[in-house]
Design a protein around this ligand. Structure first.
Ligand code: OOG
Ligand code: NI
Length: 454
C-alpha cells in the first residue's frame, strides 16, 4: 500500500500537467509565480528561513488549489469518496447564494500537519442549487439532463470501492486510480445538449449552463500560491493576462492574514452542440480562468469577526468617491499588524516550539504560553490559513461569469441540505487550527519540562 498523501501528490501533479495542456496560459502563470517567489525569497532571507522551518518552502512549488462545480447530490457524495482516497476531507461550508450565485460549497483538503506539509492540494467544490431556480419547467429539464450523466469512469468507481474495502491502494493501482480519476475533470468541447437548451439554461444563469450542459465537472482553474500577489498582479499584463481590478480579501499588510486572490478573465472556448452535426456551427462557452493567491495566517473566530466587520466597513461605509483599495486600506488600519499583537490579543492561531534547551530560573513550563514566549523560552510562528473566504469566492465567481451578474436570490444557507447531499458533516476549520495550536503548546511544555528536570 502507498499513502493517501502520495496518491494526492501524484494526482495534483497529473491535474497540473493536464491543465497546462488544456490552458497554456496556466503554464505562463505558474512560470510568473515561480519567478516572483524566487525574487521574494532572495530578497527576504528571514522569510525563507521561516518557510523552510515549517516545511512550507518545499510545498510552495507544487501548492495549488482547483475548483469544480457539481450538479447533483449523488455526484457530490461520490466526489467525497474519491477525494478521501487521496486523504482529502470536506472542510467548511460556504453559502454563495447571498452573493447571487446559486451554489453552496466546501473545500476538500488534507487536514493534519504532516499531510499539509507533504502536499496541500485543495479543491473548492460547489454544488448547484436548482432549488433556487424559479422556473420550474427549466429546473425539471436541468434535473433530467443531470440525472442521465455519469461523471465517474467505471474504473474510478471500482478503485474507490477497493480502496475503501482494503484501506488503501498499492503502487500500480494508485497510478491507475489517478489516471481514471483525472477523466472526471477533463474538458470536453462537446456539449451534451442542443444549442437551444444551452441558451435557455444560460439565460437563467451562466453557471447553470456550465454545470448542466457538459459531460462532467471540468476543472475550471488551478491556482498557484504567490509570496507577493501585488508584484504578480502588476506583471500579469506584460504576460498577456488581464487581471480583475480588485484583489479579493484583506489589503497588503506587514503581517499577511487569511487569503488574497486575483484572477484573469475566463477563456472563450469553442464548443459543439448536440444538434451541430453536419452544420459545423457550434458556439462558445466561458468557464475556465486563471487565478493566483497569497496566503497569510489563520484567524481565530475573534480575528475573523474583526476581519468581516472591517471588510463590510470598506464596502459600505467608505467615501464612495474613493477607490475600493483605498477604503480597504483605511478600514484595516484597525486590524493590529504585528505578530505580537495578533497573538496576545488572540486574533490569530500560532504554532509554538521551545526556544532553547533550558527554562529561565523561576519560570515553570506550565506558565501561560504568552509568558513563556515573553521570557524567551518558547517561540511562536503563525499558522497558515488553508481555507477559502466566501466573499472573495463570490468575487472570483462573479468576475468570471461576466457582467457583474449576480441574480437576486434571497440569502438562504442550507448547510444541512449540503451535508445530506455530501453524506457527511463538513469539518470546522477553526477546530482544526486550534488543534494544531494546542498540540504545539502541549509539545512545547513537554520539551520544557524535560529541559527543567535534566
Ligand atoms: C470557484 C470560485 C471560488 C476561490 O478560490 O475562492 C474560488 C468557481 O468558480 O468554481 O476559486
Ligand atoms: Ni480559486
Amino acid at each position: 500500500m502507498i499513502s493517501a498523501d502520495e496518491i494526492r501528490a501524484r494526482f495534483a501533479r497529473a491535474m497540473s500537467d493536464m491543465y497546462r495542456q488544456e490552458v497554456p496560459q496556466y503554464g505562463t502563470l505558474t512560470d510568473l509565480v515561480a519567478r516572483i517567489n524566487a525574487q521574494v525569497l532572495q530578497a527576504d532571507p528571514a522569510l525563507r528561513a521561516r518557510l523552510a522551518a515549517t516545511g512550507a518552502l518545499d510545498r510552495l512549488d507544487v501548492e495549488r488549489h482547483g475548483a469544480i462545480r457539481l450538479g447533483t447530490a449523488a455526484e457530490l457524495a461520490t466526489m467525497r469518496r474519491l477525494f478521501a482516497v487521496m486523504g482529502m476531507a470536506p472542510v467548511g461550508y460556504y453559502d454563495l447564494s447571498a452573493a447571487g450565485i446559486p451554489v453552496h460549497s466546501t473545500a476538500f483538503r488534507p487536514v493534519d500537519d504532516a499531510a499539509l506539509a507533504r502536499n496541500p492540494f485543495r479543491v473548492f467544490t460547489s454544488l448547484l442549487r436548482l432549488d433556487l431556480i424559479a422556473d420550474t419547467a427549466l429546473r425539471a429539464e436541468a434535473e433530467r439532463i443531470l440525472a442521465a450523466r455519469h461523471i465517474f469512469t467505471p474504473g474510478a468507481l471500482a478503485l474507490i470501492a477497493q480502496a475503501e474495502a482494503e484501506g488503501g491502494l498499492a503502487d500500480a493501482q494508485a497510478d491507475l486510480f489517478v489516471r481514471e480519476a483525472l477523466e472526471t475533470f477533463r474538458w470536453h468541447r462537446e456539449a451534451t445538449v442542443s444549442a437551444a437548451t444551452y441558451r435557455r439554461l444560460h439565460d437563467a444563469h451562466r453557471l447553470i449552463a456550465d454545470v448542466v450542459c457538459f459531460k462532467g465537472p471540468h476543472i475550471n482553474h488551478l491556482t498557484p500560491r504567490t509570496l507577493d500577489i501585488d508584484a504578480a498582479q502588476a506583471e500579469m499584463p506584460a504576460c498577456g493576462m488581464r487581471a480583475k481590478d480588485v484583489v479579493e480579501g484583506p489589503p497588503r499588510r506587514a503581517c499577511p492574514i487569511l487569503l488574497r486572490q486575483t484572477s484573469f478573465a475566463a477563456l472563450e472556448e469553442p464548443i459543439l452542440f448536440r444538434d451541430d452535426a453536419g452544420t459545423g456551427q457550434g458556439g462558445c462557452h466561458t468557464a475556465r480562468f486563471g487565478e493566483i493567491e497569497q496566503r497569510g495566517m489563520a484567524l481565530t473566530p475573534k480575528g475573523r469577526a474583526l476581519y468581516d466587520r472591517l471588510l463590510r466597513t470598506a464596502r459600505d461605509d467608505g467615501p464612495a468617491d474613493q477607490p475600493y483599495a483605498t477604503r480597504l486600506q483605511r478600514a484595516f488600519t484597525r486590524f493590529p499588524d504585528s505578530e505580537d499583537e495578533l497573538r496576545t490579543q488572540g486574533l490569530a492561531y500560532f504554532r509554538y516550539a521551545p526556544a532553547g534547551a533550558s527554562l529561565p530560573p523561576g519560570l515553570s513550563a506550565d506558565a501561560p504560553i504568552d509568558d513563556l514566549v515573553r521570557a524567551g523560552a518558547a517561540v511562536a510562528t503563525p499558522i497558515t490559513y488553508e481555507d477559502f473566504l466566501p466573499v472573495s469566492a463570490a468575487g472570483i465567481f462573479r468576475s468570471n461569469l461576466g457582467g457583474g451578474g449576480g441574480a437576486d436570490y434571497a440569502a438562504n444557507a442550507d448547510r444541512a441540505g449540503f451535508e445530506a447531499a455530501l453524506g457527511a458533516a463538513v469539518q470546522d476549520e477553526c477546530t482544526l487550527y486550534a488543534a494544531i495550536q494546542d498540540q504545539s503548546i502541549a509539545a512545547t511544555r513537554h520539551a520544557l519540562h524535560g529541559a527543567a528536570s535534566a
